[in-house]
Design a protein around this ligand. Sequence first.
Ligand SMILES: Cc1ncc(C[n+]2csc(CCOP(=O)(O)OP(=O)(O)O)c2C)c(N)n1
Ligand SMILES: [Mg+2]
Length: 656
Amino acid sequence: MQEPAVTPGSGDDVSDTPTAAPRSAPSPAQMPQQSRPKAPVEVTGAQSLVLALEAMGVDTVFGIPGGAILPAYDPLLDSVKVRHILVRHEQGAGHAAEGYASATGKVGVCMATSGPGATNLVTAIADAYMDSVPIVAITGQVTSSSIGTDAFQEADIRGITMPVTKHNYLVTNADDIPRIIAEAFHIAGTGRPGPVLVDISKDALQSRTTFSWPPRIDLPGYHPVTRPHSKQIREAARLIAEAERPILYVGGGVIRAHASEELRRFVDLTRIPVVTTLMARGALPDSHPLHLGMPGMHGSVAAVTGLQKSDLIIALGARFDDRVTGQLKSFAPDALVIHADIDPAEIGKNRKADVPIVGDCKAVIADLIDAVDADIDAGHAGDYAEWRERTSGWQTTFPVGYTPPGDGSLAPQYVIERLGALAGPDAIYVAGVGQHQMWASQFVQYERPNAWLNSGGLGTMGYAIPAAMGAQVGEPDRQVWAIDGDGCFQMTNQELATCVINDIPIKVALINNSSLGMVRQWQSLFYNERYSNTDLHTSVGGRTPDFVKLADAYGCVGLRCEKPEDVDDVIRKAMEITDRPVVIDFVVHRDAMVWPMVPAGVSNDDILLAKNTAPQWDREESEALEQAEDADHSGSAATAPEATAPAAAATSAGAE
Ligand SMILES: Cc1ncc(C[n+]2csc(CCOP(=O)(O)OP(=O)(O)O)c2C)c(N)n1
Ligand SMILES: [Mg+2]
């Protein structure tokens, strides 16, 4: 066998790591062209793959080897540029790639073998698709001549992931590898980011080919529109000047577009109140006086009601998700809608847009600033002072809060509040899915983008530990806290072994309520407290497992905290440990619930502050609200929807 002329990792011509944004940096599209050209060399397909990853500036791959992908693992061993981190489950590799991507803005990479290795990636790929996370998943496939024969470990992973990838490839010719890798990064990281799968047959990895760089990208049908149309921008500015009750509905697209700076300038210019969705927490600092908090099922009264009573919604990189709109037909009945999104398919999908704007949020907001500025100069400034008074009144009257349990036990909200205060805005917070996720979004103060990572669209239990691992690899100098549930943690905690072995010192705040808490909350509210299969026995009635011992078994530091007076000390202690992962088992009161809540399928007008407790609007506000009510809308904000909520919830949505 001929020796390769170039060993992966031996060159010095690596360009910057591929990045989805900021747009001024080279995009994945430009990367292949901007990296120094390599003269053609004779290599195997596997070597070509590793050389292509190096040329794209990839520094980390999370994965697990197996038969079909084995040829690629051999040259990986020689690469000094690409660090491969051996995970314990492919789902962990996928979420780690997501965490890496979400924390850094770069494209994350995961790798798996054919069949079960590839199918284990599917949840993470679907998760990345829902939350627009740029990742490239590379899978081995059986030899091309046996595809379709039910060969050992054959799975049609292209077919399986077709609905949950932005694009996917099956590569059976080694010559195609550099071009397809370059295209995969380009597609993942540009336009609306998302996951791209590259499935490579074993014979393509083994056969001889020529590697040269840069490849010629050939994507004739792929031209995401990033610059907004000036006519639409002018029309948007006109509506903004005319509005009396405008609100900025900011979604995850603003974070993915690295548009926080522009957003802040726009808010300071217009002084329009802002809500940031679960995916956009940190897009505008929580401390900003015009920030009303998070909208949606567990949003603040000010954010939910602000949207509901607005006359103009300026939606930026948001998608009118059902968890935000509640019952769609009664959502913000009096509002006109300006909807800006890089993905034209989102515009008008759930709610009609009066002014649709297709474009990258960074460019859209920058152009809106210019247009509004020009209007202000021309004497057409909007006046929203009265509206601001109302929204800030709701903020003062209905702050997001909680009642500590009367028995001296630990309130989960208190733990999270203290963690946010002590770890501060520079830390990265990564949540699982459930009550702890909602409390983490409500009670940590987010001051910067990419500080809050969670599984918003798919709601994937098990996301937190591997995503925190990926975030820590991408941001080694930041403190990374996984705020996880006792249920979620048991889905992917094996990645703590990966963290220990690879010196990835994440910290875990386990909000241990001994339950699948969010489901239990729904059982409390909508199923007559019949707790079917939500008891986890992780603190009440036993400790299975004992999380402190489990942490210890992995080589982490395990700590336990059961009393409010110990919370600060234990967090400080964890913060001092930097040479290995730490797990704190916070044993919390199991009956705590997430409030406010708009039950699924119910109008946002019927937001509840607690069980059977609706906001009591003052008389003036009630009159204003009544006037604004749609003629056909029968619900009242001051009426507890006790009788209607359970039925609506049970029929219109499954359990979380
Ligand atoms: C993979 C997966 N399975 C099931 C669910 C449904 N589900 C949503 S929240 C939840 C409970 C999570 O329990 P835990 O991690 O302890 O969080 P808590 O709500 O108690 O804070 C469940 C089962 C889900 N979201 N994801
Ligand atoms: Mg729990």
